[in-house]
Design a protein around this ligand. Structure first.
Ligand code: CP3
Length: 347
């Protein structure tokens, strides 16, 4: 299993065939997933290890993917901290008692992962048994900044006015809040590796809302802390965010083994800015998959040509796969990346 294409690429070893998995690969574009969600709420599916296991395996059965990612979400970690989370149909996640003051931040608890998220740790153990070494399993968490954004905004946000105002006007409370986030996230990542996750991805989805100076001062130190704690387990760590292309060299300071890049930059350009000694994951625009196959193929070719077999490339989308993505294009993309990259090696 340590020999899998995916884990070898995380370590920047040559792989011959380029590994591919897709962020949010278990989800609504799959009829099998919709069938389960018709009968169970999002939180029930996450909290029932048998259901989370089944959903995790759906894309692995359907496509020749090189890694599984545990079915969970970045937000349930906030529940044990004292926040009331709901997934509202058509609206997404909502927190009904968001953090709006230093006192709210100081009231948050920091329970250990075994207490806070036992169901996901159980699901990881179950999936590892079911996978039986077929492909490695990725665990994940939100990064401290992105979780703080949800905790303070109370849901998704366009301009991140509340979280950034809190950060700038309450610097001490901000540091205490981020310290708590880093504690629970670091603990959760370590617990996932101990339960059997063979790689860990840290989603800093909203860090791109920050200027480079604010990212460096107010988010990066905590991202680095959780990456370091995760690496203490010796599994590779992937750090991913969107809209971060103006600060790629800074992302290296997280210390992550792999940096995930979105599609707003050419992958070779991103890699040149990131420098040596790091693997790169990405970066097909998820909307490409809605185009006719020849277009998908051209763009996949372009990414593979730009990478030119540099060791340490993990093919992925530049952000999560979208609902209603044509399943047939997903299947063809996965197979094509394998065939084309293997042929490039041979020629
Ligand atoms: O990659 C995977 O297949 C693993 C599962 C996974 C989910 N969420 C399941 C999910 C992962 C890795 C996530 C991460 C996540 N969750 C992020 C970071 C990644 C990113 O996209 O930037 C964020 C910001 C969230 C928070 C979240 N969860 C939002 C904003 C939403 C609503 C929007 C949406 O896509 O529906 C969710 C719900 C969610 N999480 C769904 C899934 C499959 C859809 C639930 C459903 O309606 O069935």
């Amino acid at each position: 299993m340590t020999d899998s294409l995916f884990l070898r690429a995380c370590r920047r070893e040559p792989t011959g065939t380029t590994p591919i998995w897709l962020m949010r690969q278990a989800g609504r574009y799959m009829p099998e997933y919709r069938a389960i969600r018709a009968r169970h709420s999002m939180l029930d599916a996450i909290r029932t290890p048998e259901l989370a296991c089944e959903i995790t395996l759906q894309p692995i059965r359907a496509f020749a993917l090189d890694a599984a990612i545990i079915f969970a979400d970045i937000l349930p970690i906030l529940i044990g901290m004292g926040l009331d989370l709901e997934f509202v149909k058509g609206e997404g996640p909502v927190i009904t008692n968001p953090v709006r003051s230093p006192a709210d931040a100081d009231a948050l608890r920091t329970p250990p992962a075994e207490e806070n998220l036992p169901y996901t740790l159980d699901a990881i153990r179950l999936v590892r048994r079911e996978l039986d070494g077929r492909v490695p399993l990725i665990g994940f968490s939100g990064a401290p900044f992105t979780l703080a954004s949800y905790a303070i905004e109370g849901g998704g946000s366009k301009n991140h006015v509340r979280v950034k105002s809190f950060m700038l006007s309450e610097p001490d409370a901000w540091n205490r809040l981020m310290d708590k986030m880093a504690t629970v996230v670091g603990d959760y990542l370590v617990a996932q590796a101990e339960a059997g996750a063979q790689a860990l991805q840290v989603f800093d989805s909203w860090a791109g809302a920050l200027s480079p100076a604010d990212y460096r001062a107010h988010a990066l130190p905590y991202a680095r802390r959780v990456v370091e704690r995760a690496q203490s387990t010796s599994v590779p760590v992937i750090y991913f965010g969107t809209d971060l292309n103006g600060m790629l060299p800074l992302l290296r300071e997280t210390g992550a083994d792999v940096i995930g890049v979105d599609w707003r930059i050419a992958i070779d350009d991103a890699w040149a800015q990131l420098g040596d000694g790091v693997a790169v994951q990405g970066n097909l625009d998820p909307v490409t998959l809605f185009a006719p196959w020849p277009q998908v193929q051209r763009r996949a070719d372009d990414i593979l040509a730009r990478v030119a077999k540099r060791p340490g490339h993990i093919f992925n989308l530049g952000h999560g796969i979208l609902p209603e993505t044509p399943v047939d294009n997903v299947r063809r993309l996965v197979d094509y990346v394998h065939e084309r990259s293997a042929a490039m090696e041979a020629s």
